[in-house]
Design a binder for this molecule. Structure first.
Ligand SMILES: [Fe+2]
Ligand SMILES: [Fe+2]
Length: 444
């Protein structure tokens, strides 16, 4: 894509795609000119049927050097600034409705995604990064929980996956509306967007790629509607300049991994299947040699759950991803992920710090039980290797965990790879400040 940006519109099915209009400068310097293009219908999987019958999705790559852009009568962000000076970060945002746990979707303090979106939109962020897990309405609202989720109907039963248009509208399109107006978005795929969960909707609505509409398309296997499993979309990357002044400006590379699948507790054969994603990212950073690089994944490389979940097992999560990426993290300044429903920073000696932002709306994890482990990722609690396939990392030098709803505003400071990550609560109040210096983050 010439601009690197896609314009998208989700419309009532059959309504017809609107126009994309605006102004751009074809060559610099020159007077702005107008453009008007018809958005194109994004392909919908043929067998998606009733689950996604209510909506159509229209799209087009935005022209390079766009100054303004509108879809129909709605203004949309037209470009990424030449120098990125503020980034908003959030992850894990949908309202959980499952047979075992129902979140209070009707209460904006207990499911604060709409409030968080409004507060991010009020910031001056140049871009918003969502680290994945949008879709959480995986069952109909139980009769006994109507106060919490009466508006959540069950998914149509035509698919072997709970995702459906209504769930995506309720979990993402309505509460995140302020974000769509505010700034371009970089959107990761979470495990809730695997093909057996919300994947069809993710690839219809949010996947930032013109070619992925049918990634989770169901097929008939022996007469049974079947969706792909363990599919991985290719690693992609984007290179920006950050820093508003000549003194602070530097090149900045983001490597984006699809790690929707994999085992969190053991290293199994999937680690080898996933490894090429990390190899591709490492090769690209080695080739493009940015001043600074971050690795973006949904499942963290070095994230830990509460001891209340782990029991006698290891607190370190995403074992397949930790193993798949081992030895390939040398060129990153930061690892950025969500998946665990907390805000967390861990530092493993010799590795880039891991920031987890999984606290942006979905039911939070336990508030307590995050002491600094005496053992590292890929270890059992007694220090022995979790798997003969992977060498254990050393114990962390620091762990910081906070369990409240919120998001992060990141701003570069003078010098390459020096950032302030401001941890904000759902009302936009700062509750912690995390400094990244070179490859190490510390919070206070
Ligand atoms: Fe999640
Ligand atoms: Fe997740």
């Amino acid at each position: 894509m010439p601009s690197g940006l896609l314009a998208r519109a989700v419309i009532a099915a059959g309504a017809g795609c609107p126009l994309l209009t605006g102004t751009y400068t074809p060559t610099q310097p020159s007077a702005p000119q107008e453009f008007a293009y018809q958005l194109r219908l994004r392909e919908k999987p043929e067998l998606a049927g009733a689950a996604y019958a209510a909506i159509d999705v229209c799209e087009l790559a935005l022209p390079k050097n766009a100054l303004t852009a509108m879809i129909g009568k709605t203004s949309i962000p037209a470009n990424l600034p030449a120098r990125i000076d503020e980034i908003a970060l959030l992850g894990d945002t949908g309202c959980r409705v499952t047979s075992w746990e129902v979140q209070d979707c009707a209460n904006t303090s207990n499911w604060p995604l709409a409030r968080i979106s409004r507060n991010i939109a009020k910031s001056r962020s140049d871009v918003t990064i969502h680290l994945g897990d949008y879709f959480y309405r995986e069952t109909g609202c139980p009769q006994t929980q109507q106060d919490f989720c009466a508006a959540s109907p069950p998914a149509p039963s035509n698919l072997p996956a709970p995702g459906n248009a209504y769930g995506w509208i309720a979990d993402a399109l309505i509460p995140m509306q302020p974000l769509f107006d505010a700034a371009p978005m970089l959107l990761l795929r979470g495990n809730h967007e695997s093909c057996t969960r919300g994947g069809i909707g993710f690839f219809l609505i949010f996947s930032p790629d013109l070619t992925t509409a049918l990634q989770c398309a169901p097929t008939l296997v022996n007469g049974v509607v079947t969706v792909p499993t363990n599919d991985i979309t290719p690693t992609w990357h984007t290179k920006w300049t950050v820093g508003a002044t000549d003194a602070t400006a530097h090149t900045f590379d983001l490597e984006v991994i699809d790690n929707a699948y994999g085992n969190d507790n053991v290293v199994d054969a999937f680690a080898a299947t996933q490894r090429p994603s990390y190899v591709a990212a490492a090769k690209n950073v080695a080739k493009t040699k940015p001043d600074e690089a971050w690795l973006l994944t949904h499942r963290p490389i070095f994230g830990m759950v509460t001891t209340q979940f782990a029991g006698a097992g290891s607190v370190w999560s995403s074992a397949d991803q930790t193993s798949a990426s081992q030895g390939l993290l040398g060129n990153y300044n930061l690892l950025l992920a969500s998946h665990i429903h907390v805000a967390q920073v861990t530092t493993i000696p010799g590795q880039p710090s891991q920031l987890v932002i999984g606290n942006s709306g979905t039911y939070l994890d336990a508030v307590t039980g995050y002491p600094k482990p005496t053992y590292g990722p890929l270890s059992n609690p007694d220090g022995t290797a979790l798997s003969p396939l992977a060498a254990p990392y050393p114990a962390p030098s620091s762990v910081w965990t906070d369990v409240r709803f919120g998001y992060v505003i990141a701003t570069p400071k003078a010098g390459s790879s020096s950032w302030l990550f401001d941890q904000r609560d759902q009302r936009g109040q700062s509750f912690a400040k995390c400094d990244l210096v070179q490859r190490t983050m510390s919070c206070k």
